[in-house]
Design a binder for this molecule. Structure first.
Ligand SMILES: N[C@@H](CCC(=O)N[C@@H](CS)C(=O)NCC(=O)O)C(=O)O
Length: 215
């Protein structure tokens, strides 16, 4: 059975959700953040040298199934799980959908998380970080405006069907609503968040994962 090394209130909630959507059996090993630094505990380094979450271990069930593998990095884990499920929730069958699927799969961590992280650091700096707040928010608003326009003509990020690209986009957009200015002035994004939160697999993943402040 797949083991998910899951840090509370973190990106790894997406992996639990995807596993629920795919109906793959898994075990959750929960880790708590250090309340002062908010960092992951040192035990996670015993699983992978970076000590970040998510990490999965797949003991596999035969040759070529990922036997004994430890996999880090959300996007890589998502692709691994989609493959394991025979391509379910993977790229849609048409070229535009494939391109959009790939784009959002990479965009979530590659382009959207860095400014969110910068905003978090700047906020923690207090007065010292104040001058950076507005420019960062302006930069982030460009992302939100673009995403809002992307969802003007279709319900999901890759197209008409829900895919793993939506799972990838959940954490940055939830974090954006929580602390980076996403609100009802961008109704397509808010409606998308409501749609993902209404999915039974999402609710089950929340139950399995424990504390998650962004839902
Ligand atoms: N791009 C990586 C980021 C991994 C990452 O930074 N995870 C955070 C969870 S939100 C973490 O483990 N933070 C605790 C720490 O850095 O100690 C991924 O998506 O897997």
């Amino acid at each position: 059975m797949i083991i998910v090394h899951h840090l509370e209130n973190s990106r790894s909630q997406r992996i639990l959700w995807l596993l629920e959507e795919l109906g793959l059996p898994y075990e959750v090993r929960r880790y708590t953040r250090n309340p002062k630094t908010m960092l992951a505990p040192p035990e996670l380094r015993r699983v992978h040298p970076l000590g970040k979450s998510p990490i999965i271990e797949d003991p596999g069930s035969g040759p070529g199934t990922g036997e004994g593998r430890v996999i880090a990095e959300t996007g890589a884990i998502v692709e691994y799980l989609v493959d394991k499920a025979g391509g379910r929730l993977g790229a849609p069958g048409h070229r535009d959908g494939v391109l959009r699927y790939r784009q959002f799969l990479h965009y979530a961590e590659g382009s959207m998380m860095p400014p969110l992280l910068a905003m978090l650091v700047v906020r923690r700096l207090g007065l010292l970080g104040r001058p950076a707040r507005k420019p960062l928010q302006r930069m982030f608003d460009q992302h939100l405006d673009w995403l809002e326009s992307e969802l003007a003509g279709r319900p999901w990020f890759a197209g008409d069907e829900f895919t793993a690209a939506d799972v990838m986009m959940s954490f940055p957009l939830e974090a954006a609503r929580h602390r980076a200015g996403l609100d009802e002035t961008r109704p397509n994004l808010i409606a998308w968040l409501e749609r993902i939160h209404a999915r039974p697999a999402y609710a089950e993943a929340l139950r399995r994962g424990g504390p998650y402040a962004y839902a």
